[in-house]
Design a protein around this ligand. Structure first.
Ligand SMILES: C[C@H](O)[C@H](O)[C@H]1CNC2=NC(N)=NC(=O)C2=N1
Length: 101
């Protein structure tokens, strides 16, 4: 059962709990800065494992020392749902452990 699109004000309220994450159009995301390329790659792999566990996947870009993630729910017509906020919360919980800022 696809999750329902969330109203904009609810998304903005919830993003207050997720420092650095923002709403751009119909997707939420942020860029993390890591101490090294290897640390960025390690975070990207960790995020990949979480995404497969949740069966919910962001557009993830691995840079020199950055990891950028943008996500919405394809099965909700490309809108932001609880699934996107759930993924963001999981990533936000593990990123500091990789030295992310
Ligand atoms: C078949 C598979 O369950 C679906 O394609 C999943 C996979 N990952 C997904 N990721 C995202 N962001 N949105 C989806 O609707 C989605 N659907």
């Amino acid at each position: 059962m696809p999750a329902a699109p969330l109203p904009r004000n609810e998304i903005e309220d919830r993003l207050r709990e997720l420092p650095g994450w923002s709403l751009e159009g119909d997707r939420i995301g942020r860029t993390y800065r890591l101490p090294s390329h290897f640390a960025a790659a390690a975070l990207a792999m960790h995020v990949a494992a979480i995404q497969d566990e949740l069966n919910h996947h962001s557009d993830l870009t691995l840079g020199y020392n950055t990891v950028a993630l943008w996500v919405n729910s394809h099965d909700a017509g490309g809108k932001v749902t609880e699934k996107d906020l759930g993924l963001a919360a999981r990533v936000a919980a593990v990123a500091p452990g990789h030295g992310a800022e």
